[in-house]
Design a binder for this molecule. Sequence first.
Ligand code: 13P
Ligand code: SF4
Length: 424
Amino acid sequence: MTLSVTQRIELSPSSSCNTKLADDPWAFDLQPGYGPGSSEADPIPDATTRPGQLPQAYQEMSQQQLHERIRRAKATLAEKLVILGHFYQRDEVVQHADFLGDSYQLAKAALSKPEAEHIVFCGVHFMAETADILSEEHQQVILPNLAAGCSMADMADEDSVEAAWEDICEVYGVDPEHVEPGADGKLPILPVTYMNSSAALKAFCGRHGGIVCTSSNATTVLEWAFERAHRVLFFPDQHLGRNTAKAMGVPLEQMPMWNPRRTLGGNTAEDLQQAKVLLWHGFCSVHKRFNVRQIEKAREEYPGCRVIVHPESPMPVVDAADAAGSTDAIRKYVAASSPGDVIAIGTEINLVNRLTSEYPDRTIFCLDPVICPCSTMYRIHPGYLAWVLDEIVEGRTPNQIIVPEDVAEPARVALDRMLAAAPK
Ligand code: 13P
Ligand code: SF4
């Protein structure tokens, strides 16, 4: 298949990895897809707002009517409202966002508007949870569609991580509830969770001397961790953990995988003694599609082209690329290029399409010829945004994401460590 680079690539049944993605959004929402609420084990705050139950009137509105409603509600709510949007959101949603960013920037953006009573988060559930943890008491965080979860985040659940921690601590001969530093002042191990995880896992890290990282600060965070501990348990994304630790010089033999379905994660006690980074068996289904052959093909077709990928991509892909970085790093990489440049990108299609449109004087395309958007980010449609904003104007609070304080408090400890470790 020849790479199409002259224009944005639109979803169609023949070009996408899931033919249902090209259905109308309400039909897509009724698919027994990912859910039920957001993140596998989370309660649905308001059971009347299940996916696919967007009031019929909003399902029947034209795009223009929806956009008008959104604009009107924004004008009415003015300073009381802030809309945050992740780079992977559709353009129809991005156009209404007050802040657009990667997950680190959006976590900080949640802090930057204390006067806003309503934070509408156009992203996925773990991002909204983080905003709720970091925001002020009087602020409400709203996720327009509760089915916008993250499949990678759900690959590590609290019970499995707790069980792994107990097994690991037993190997190191320490009490899992009170891991103490050794004679050299360092802990035998501490947990690091990727931002793409439930609030419960951030709380786990807060309680056990650990920290949160994002793709934009993973190196800084691992440096922070290795100043305090001999080893790290990194979850849920094996690829971000491996790519980051490898770039820091950790040998692959010292990065065993922890498979929660196997005894000792599929390792021997000796493997674990030698380990520097224990990698949880998690991955992003969007980024694992990228492969080295796609990079070779791009270079064959466009000699001199440069390749940048997200670090959730497998290690051979990151190694073969010219650069790797967070969604914002990818955006900056393209912004720093020159007219006429050719850039192949390994990340979610909405961001790639936007960059293709913003820089028509460059050739910018996605490495994967099959369109495979993040199907959960995709669940935020202008219809849901219009509906939640109208509800807010009416004095109601739909789809509020509330992290209970007993979870939020230790999770905040781990997030604050990250914010302090990675000044930007
Ligand atoms: P960023 O932190 O780079 O925005 O990544 C978030 C994410 O979910 C990528 O898949
Ligand atoms: Fe999660 Fe992957 Fe979607 Fe990012 S792209 S939100 S990691 S499923």
